[in-house]
Design a protein around this ligand. Structure first.
Ligand code: AMP
Ligand code: MG
Length: 341
């Protein structure tokens, strides 16, 4: 008994030292707060030693967003993408390695999705953007005219020379369905290269996490909003070293005669998509999740699930526009769901 008593002190001291050690070792997380960038809101959460170090890292991450914006924003006439526009018709034009990578990936996703994802939708997205401003639907003639200029097969890329050539006059590229995911991947690459051990980057619903998070067991928890009610979180995902992107008609939607019109366009019909109101794709990279969530929104439930079946490392949750329909999950998506509300 006496022996036990004499041991209490050292055991207690060891426990305190251990707890202190754990406390010191536990990373502190800092959040940038929401900032407006690339036409949406972004935030970065990272583990850092102190506020100053975190601020430096935030600057690096947001710097990447701004760089991607300067290269790929189709709404900015001075972006590299806009400037190459007419120049690339009929003759090859050199582009930056970053833009080339995204163009090449875009063509890859077009081939994978049988043209559901297609960055040549520019002439159509421009027409539909006008609907947002005027509240008037585009007329059939204008849609047919724009549709003539669509087709990823009309993009010629030369990987060695890093050039692009467009085969038809009037073609217009729109990277809105993939550039944000790419920007998230770029921000994470920079943060990691600069020694950040863990973090989460969210750019307008394109989210990627790396390292151990602040949640129990080092988890990163992500809420997925109900596309039909933006005050409600319908799913909580646990995402570690994975990315998730949500495409849906709850943002940037036009309403004509009470009917919502998505900003995602089916290149084959020239119409705004309507079957699914929310698609969340979970994948290894944010760019992949971004492109595929847009593609599945175009493909709809049946064809979308068929595509996802052929991609075992990609998971998804599909929410139909029909309010009575329950969310549909791909086979392994449930492994990432912590809670379904
Ligand atoms: P997201 O929010 O990632 O689904 O991207 C939607 C944006 O992608 C739209 O605002 C357009 O700029 C662009 N977009 C629309 N339809 C398509 C499509 N079928 N393929 C590729 N990009 C598209
Ligand atoms: Mg997308």
């Amino acid at each position: 008994m006496k022996k036990l008593k004499t041991l209490v002190g050292p055991i207690l001291a060891a426990a305190i030292i251990f707890l202190l050690f754990v406390q010191i070792r536990r990373p502190r997380f800092f959040n940038s707060g929401c900032r407006e960038v690339m036409g949406t809101f972004a935030q970065i959460t990272i583990a850092a030693k102190n506020k100053q170090q975190a601020a430096d890292f935030f600057a690096q991450g947001f710097g990447q967003f701004e760089k991607v914006q300067r290269l790929m924003n189709d709404r900015d006439p001075n972006s590299e993408l806009s400037r190459l526009g007419a120049d690339a018709v009929g003759k090859p034009v050199s582009v930056s390695p970053e833009l080339f990578d995204v163009l090449q990936a875009s063509v890859h996703y077009s081939q994978m999705t049988d043209g559901a994802f297609d960055i040549t939708v520019g002439p159509l997205t421009q027409l539909w953007r006008k609907t947002q401003q005027t509240g008037q639907l585009p007329c059939d003639e204008r849609l047919a005219e724009a549709k003539e200029k669509i087709g990823y097969q009309k993009i010629q890329l030369d990987p060695l020379a890093k050039t692009i050539q467009l085969e038809q006059d009037g073609m217009k590229l729109d990277l809105g369905g993939i550039a944000k995911g790419y920007a998230v991947d770029m921000a994470i690459q920079t943060l990691r290269q600069n020694g950040v051990s863990s973090g989460m980057v969210d750019l307008g619903g394109n989210i990627r996490c790396f390292g151990a998070g602040p949640g129990r067991g080092g988890a990163w928890l992500i809420g997925v909003q109900d596309p039909r009610n933006d005050e409600k979180i319908i799913l909580t995902l646990r995402l570690n070293d994975m990315a998730a992107a949500t495409s849906g008609d709850y943002r940037r939607v036009a309403v004509v005669n009470g009917k919502p019109y998505s900003h995602i366009i089916n290149p084959k019909t020239a119409q705004s998509v309507s079957e699914l109101s929310g698609v969340t794709v979970i994948a290894a990279s944010a760019m992949q999740a971004d492109a595929l969530s847009t593609a599945v929104s175009v493909l709809g439930k049946e064809k979308g699930l068929e595509l996802l079946k052929s991609l075992p490392d990609v998971h998804a949750v599909l929410i139909a526009a029909d309010e009575n329909a329950a969310p549909v999950f791909t086979e392994n998506a449930k492994n990432f769901i912590l809670r379904q509300n």
